[in-house]
Design a protein around this ligand. Structure first.
Ligand code: HEM
Length: 511
């Protein structure tokens, strides 16, 4: 070959290599675009107190698939429905794992839980138990009396406050009710009240939620690993010790009850999660041996994932109604039409209340309580021409997707009617099939508690409005500022006064 051709080819190759080094190279190694990173901390400083909001702002500049570095952890942020579909459906199997963290290691029995378990046989087995034994339609029906009774207690609290002219902290009462429902489903005890166990249970749940939501430097900056600069790991170990003491006591009570020939079947109470997990762990033929740690971690999972989320959504929905009298006015009309005033609203009424359903969808669109679904890739992958290496952390910005102006008209306005009158929206549901609205995530790691949560939110909201007229305490303004943490509740409590709508209210269980 002519020397000049060889020189030309070699220079072209050299130029290509230089171009590759400068601009990220071939499609296989081209990472998604993202802002300039600082040494050591990467983009941690950009997250602020509300990471979902900060990431949304950045995605306007860098696009629906953006790369950031959290300390030494390579991460991508997904901010549009189409891109979410790529990750959660088209390439689902590569993004079905979750990252590990100090919180999971120290609080969830050295990663014995299932919410954050790596995608694999253990997660599959626990997910099956969750779906087939705890949160399926039959088991939710079995717990219907529990939910109805807890709703009755909640209504009684509102009535008492109303009679005494007292202000009600709506969010705190809702959290109490949600904790009681989950606590009775998991271990047949309530966790409201003033006895030491109930107080400790509430305190523990709060601390677990707080610590899980913290950005622990050791999880992101390699040189900080095990240094516990912020003191969070020490707090996690302390919470773990106290949770273990608390849950062991309850497990032992269940064992003693069973030994004495009592327990679920003989007491007439529905089988709770502990009964179910014990019977699986005692079954020699079970597909997998469950350890005591697995059982305790699973209970912690259900508490952590299931309590705040439903209560927070109900409080956001109620806040939106209080700010929008036009919408609020329509709800009792619908409830009165479907239910009347003789009895309290029930689960079976919900499918007939399309306006109420639209309100809940609109709330989940604007105020998703879990704004970021977190996953981790298990193998290298190419998406839309970008290279996503194995072990990349993925944040699906559920909150940003719900407000994407390319898909939603007037995205910041609370307009439940969009789900009733707009043809493109009427068929949208929230269960992970429509990627414009995925408050419960999607695919095999999507939320297993969706049905329970929807029952809770619809029935509670409907009952509050069926029985009472509400006004904000002393005509205070209702702000919609978001709090901080893993789940996003209101920053400031919503305090209201209630007046019964009828001289004769429908009856409910109150003792
Ligand atoms: C409004 C209420 C709720 C919302 C908005 C919500 C949202 C979510 C989201 C976004 C995820 C991650 C999904 C993904 O990665 O694709 C999730 C996972 C999960 N949720 Fe919920 N959730 C709610 C209520 C509940 C309830 C009531 C329970 C149980 C009693 C529950 C149990 C779980 C569990 C165990 C996981 C982890 C599943 C896995 O990794 O396989 N959630 N939830």
């Amino acid at each position: 070959m002519d020397l000049s051709i060889i020189i030309t080819l070699l220079s072209a190759l050299g130029a290509y290599k230089i171009f590759k080094i400068l601009f990220g190279g071939s499609k296989k190694s081209l990472l998604p675009p993202g802002p300039m990173a600082l040494p050591l901390i990467g983009h941690l400083h950009l997250l602020g107190t509300h990471p979902h909001q900060a990431l949304q702002k950045l995605s306007v500049k860098y696009g629906p698939l953006m790369q950031i570095r959290l300390g030494s952890v390579l991460s991508v942020v997904v901010s549009s429905p189409d891109m979410a579909k790529e990750f959660l459906k088209t390439h689902e199997s590569k993004f079905a794992s979750r990252p590990q963290s100090a919180a999971i290691k120290y609080m969830a029995y050295n990663c014995a839980d299932f919410s954050f378990a790596p995608y694999g046989p253990y997660w599959k087995y626990m997910r099956k138990i969750c779906m087939n034994e705890l949160l399926n339609g039959r088991q939710l029906d079995n717990f219907w009396p529990v939910r109805t009774q807890e709703l009755g207690f909640f209504m009684e609290t509102i009535l008492k406050n109303s009679v005494q002219g007292q202000v009600i902290d709506v969010g705190s009462e809702l959290i109490s009710m949600a904790s009681n429902v989950i606590s009775r489903m998991a271990m047949s005890t309530r966790c409201s009240g003033t006895d030491t166990e109930a107080v400790e249970c509430r305190k523990l749940l709060k601390e677990v939620a707080l610590l899980t939501g913290k950005f622990n430097l050791g999880d992101f900056i390699y040189v900080c690993k095990n240094l516990d600069l912020q003191g969070y790991e020490k707090q996690m170990k302390d919470v773990h010790k106290r949770f273990d003491y608390f849950i062991e006591k309850i497990l032992k009570q269940h064992e003693a009850e069973a030994e004495a020939g009592g327990g679920a079947d003989s007491d007439g109470r529905p089988k709770d999660l502990i009964d179910i997990l014990f019977s699986i762990s005692n079954n020699e033929e079970a597909e997998m041996k469950l350890t005591r740690e697995n059982i305790k971690a699973f209970i912690l999972d259900i508490f952590a994932a299931g309590t705040d989320t439903s209560a927070i959504t109900t409080e956001w929905a109620f806040s939106e109604l209080m700010r929008n009298p036009r919408i609020m006015k329509k709800v009792p009309e619908e409830v009165d039409f479907v239910v009347g005033s003789e009895r309290l609203v029930e689960d079976s009424d919900i499918p007939k209340m399309s306006y109420l359903q639209a309100i809940v969808k609109e709330t989940l669109r604007l105020h998703s309580p879990a704004p970021l679904a977190v996953r981790e890739s298990t193998e290298d992958c190419n998406i839309e021409g970008y290279f996503i290496p194995a072990k990349t952390r993925v944040f699906v910005n559920i909150w940003a997707i719900g407000q994407d102006p390319n898909y939603w008209e007037n995205p910041l306005e609370f307009q439940p009617e969009r789900f009733l009158s707009n043809d493109a929206c009427t068929s949208i549901d929230v269960r992970g099939q429509h990627f414009h609205l995925i408050p419960f995530g999607s695919g095999r790691r999507g939320c297993p508690g969706t049905s329970l949560a929807l029952y809770f939110i619809h029935a509670t909201l409907a009952a509050m409005i069926q029985c009472f007229d509400w006004k904000v305490n002393d005509g205070e303004e209702i702000d919609m500022e978001e709090g901080v943490g893993l789940t996003i509740s209101r920053a400031n409590p919503l305090k209201c006064k209630a007046t019964p709508r009828f001289s004769q209210l429908p009856t409910w269980e109150s003792s």
